[in-house]
Design a protein around this ligand. Structure first.
Ligand code: T1G
Length: 692
């Protein structure tokens, strides 16, 4: 039974119980409609408390029901019934009141919450908008400006802020049901008037806010449809009475829900959760305690990694070669946390206390009690082997030894430590305290409890953890290398860096590969190329434009010129000198340059990645296509409204990808575009990577 109706004296209680997050499934909607009818019909019942069992209030509509015909009663029917009741209805909130859950609470006449509760309308993150009155009632309750921000960004807010903006009537402590019953009695005793949110007026201070918000969103959430429609929906609240506005809102919501973007963003939602479950690693696999962490190497990555842990209250021992580099790292942490103080989301005392949980040292003896060590030193095998040899002796039995390498062979490092079962890859992405992706890498001898532990640690530090097997570049960088290869070949054959950058920018990436190269540093790319030289094909050796730019000292933004030139505001301008260098290179390579259209560029860059993704699945480096999509959406900027490379491939059709690969196999070479056996098989069977 998803909803029970009980009575305590003159108060009715509707309790929703639909684990894990009390989603508004058909059964819950029906149960609530029944409970409201009972409360309305029962003369003894003078008020109703709506409360949820388990860890949270209603966390929204049941996303798994999307894409299927929606069964009555619809959520809109329920919220209308709630609001029009003549008896005070009180929503008692704990955990997260999200999406349809907050819409149900908004239709209640009063809302109370525990201090730990959070409230939000995250629908825009699923490529839709609130479709049960949220865009009509929230602006009426908290004002258009505040509602626009909550609805277009989709972030949840703490109970205290919700109280401050009028979304919640009272913050209550202790046992929620008791507090809710007391609040209901107070409402009745004081004969408080029923306040129907839908009858309030949506006040707007700046009528231009709608156009201004749309313009800002077009930049900040470029390519996403839902944020724009959210603004349209909120505007309706200032133009129509609740009933009409809600009807129009619902149509906008359903329109988005049927679209490809929402389908992709819902896929992204579930991918993020699926990747946390590792096939073959039972949920009850033991995990090791991780109360203290050490980070070896206080460089940019080490500093970001240390921040991930101190930000969730786990103290860090930071190991460096000398005091100045340690001081520099602490200084950087202070600077990064300082922006929170400036924004008012953190006090200076809290900042100082957090920094105090970092113990900088040059002495490996300080590692004797730590539970997890993450090595983040220079990407050189000899340097890393030296560190792992020391770690094997300096740490306690059972301490996990992780490496942040992005390319090097973890099994070699594991052997050096003398305890390969404790060694694992934890590959963070720069900046580590910002990027959501954590690629955990299973070594040949990594123990199951070590894997289970680092997957759990990933969740603790608020990362999307994906497990990869050992190979050159793991999941993300391995596929990226194929895209970069094609980018180089296309430059030789007739494209320009700015043409290629525009194609990927229009595709939905925040930046094209050559602007990224200039940002990360041509010198860094050159070093990575040298380190992987033996893994490159003969043609890749010859497609050495990176080497030529490096030789000219053009390292990108840091030297004011790379592929582009940069002014003092770091604005990029296509550089004719680079174009000349590329033309001369093609001539020297005996390649006749030709006009290359954007479609070919897009297909060669993206299909090369998809084909490599298929090989990664074949080899078991990734267990599922979800893992690949989660890596690319959370670590490599693949637009979530396209769902990741493997989902995208299914949407355009594997047959289309397969035929294009055959074409480029002819044109560029089978060495580079021979379709993987898995992709060929699925394409010829008319299936996709996600086909059951
Ligand atoms: N529907 C179906 N399943 C859901 C779900 C939902 N709304 N929310 C979570 N789950 C599943 C999830 O897949 C996972 O399953 C398990 O619950 C635990 O989730 C009309 C149309 C609530 C903050 O967008 O943000 O309302 O993997 O691992 O980290 O306007 O889940 O175990 O099988 O994420 O503690 C709007 C989505 C819907 C909220 C908890 N609501 N959920 O986080 O656990 S649209 C949302 C979350 C809507 C109306 C519209 C989080 C959470 P499994 P979890 P968590």
């Amino acid at each position: 039974m998803s909803v029970t109706f009980t009575k305590r004296g003159r108060i009715g209680i509707a309790t929703v119980d639909n684990p894990p997050v009390n989603a508004l499934s058909h059964a819950v909607r029906s149960g609530l409609v029944e409970a409201v009818a009972k409360a309305d019909a029962d003369p003894e019942v003078k008020a109703l408390v709506l409360i949820c069992a388990g860890r949270t209030f209603i966390a929204g509509a049941d996303i798994r029901e999307f894409g299927r015909p929606l069964e009555a009663p619809l959520l809109n029917n329920l919220v209308d019934d709630l609001e029009k009741s003549t008896k005070p209805f009180i929503a008692a909130i704990h955990g997260t009141a999200l999406g349809g859950g907050l819409e149900v609470a908004l239709a209640c006449h009063f809302r109370i919450a525990l201090p730990t509760a959070r409230l939000g309308l995250p629908e825009v993150k699923l490529g839709i908008l609130p479709g049960a009155g949220g865009t009509q009632r929230l602006p009426r309750l908290i004002g258009v400006e505040a509602a626009l921000q909550m609805i277009t960004e989709g972030n949840d807010i703490p109970a205290a802020k919700a109280k401050a903006i009028g979304l919640v009537d009272e913050i209550v402590e202790g046992e929620l049901l008791m507090a809710a019953l007391a609040f209901a009695e107070k409402v009745l005793d004081e004969n408080r008037p029923i306040r129907r949110t839908g009858e309030l007026i949506a006040k707007v201070e700046n009528p231009a806010i709608f156009d201004e918000t749309k313009a800002a969103l077009a930049k900040r959430q470029r390519g996403f449809l839902a944020p724009q429609k959210c603004v349209d929906a909120v505007k309706l609240s200032t133009e129509y009475p609740i009933a009409e506005g809600s009807k129009l809102e619902y149509e906008l919501c359903i329109g988005l829900m049927r679209g490809s973007q929402s389908k992709a963003q819902r896929h992204a939602f579930f991918a993020e959760r699926e990747v946390a479950k590792v096939p073959g690693l039972p949920d009850d696999t033991a995990v090791r305690d991780v109360k203290t962490v050490a980070v070896i190497g206080p460089g940019a990555m080490g500093t970001g990694i240390a921040l991930c842990f101190i930000n969730v209250g786990i103290p860090v021992v930071l190991v460096g070669l000398d005091q100045p580099t340690l001081d520099k790292s602490i200084g950087t942490m202070r600077k990064i946390l300082g922006s929170n103080v400036a924004k008012g989301s953190m006090t200076q005392e809290a900042l100082d206390a957090r920094i105090a949980t970092v113990t900088p040292t040059t002495d490996y003896a300080a590692l004797k009690d730590v539970d997890l060590v993450i090595e983040a030193v220079f990407e050189d095998m000899a340097v890393k082997k030296d560190v792992f040899a020391k770690l094997g002796n300096a740490t306690k039995p059972g301490a996990i030894l992780a490496t942040n390498t992005s390319y090097l062979n973890i099994d070699e490092l594991a052997e050096t430590s003398g305890r390969p079962a404790d060694v694992v890859g934890m590959h963070f992405f720069n900046p580590a305290n910002v990027m959501r992706l954590l690629e955990n890498v299973r070594g040949a001898k990594t123990a199951p409890d070590v894997l289970a532990t680092v997957m759990k640690v990933g969740k603790t530090i608020k990362k999307v953890s994906v497990l990869s097997g050992v190979c050159d570049g793991f999941i993300g960088n391995r596929m990226l290398a194929k895209r970069s290869r094609e980018g180089m070949f296309l430059l030789e054959e007739g494209a320009t860096p700015w043409q290629i950058d525009k194609v990927l920018y229009d595709f939905g990436f925040a930046m094209g590969p050559y602007q990224v190269a200039d940002l990360a540093g041509i010198d860094v790319q050159y070093a990575a190329r040298q380190a992987r030289w033996n893994l490159l094909s003969d043609r890749e050796h010859k497609a050495n434009i990176v080497d030529q730019l490096f030789a000219l000292g053009r390292y990108g933004q840091k030297t004011g010129a790379g592929y582009y030139t940069y002014d003092d505001k770091r604005k990029a301008t296509p550089d004719p000198a680079t174009e000349q260098l590329i033309l001369k290179h093609s001539a020297a390579r005996g390649i006749t340059r030709r006009k290359i259209d954007d479609t070919e560029i897009r297909e060669r860059l993206i299909y090369a990645m998809i084909n490599e993704g298929a090989k990664i699945l074949e080899e078991g480096v990734a267990a599922r296509p979800y893992d690949i999509d989660a890596v690319w959406m959370n670590g490599f900027g693949f637009p979530t409204y396209l769902g990741g490379p493997m989902f995208y491939a299914d949407e355009i059709g594997l047959k289309t990808v397969y035929e294009a690969l055959l074409k480029y196999s002819e044109q560029v070479g089978a060495e580079f575009f021979e379709p993987s056996p898995l992709l060929k098989k699925l394409a010829l069977e008319g299936k996709g990577f996600y086909s059951k």
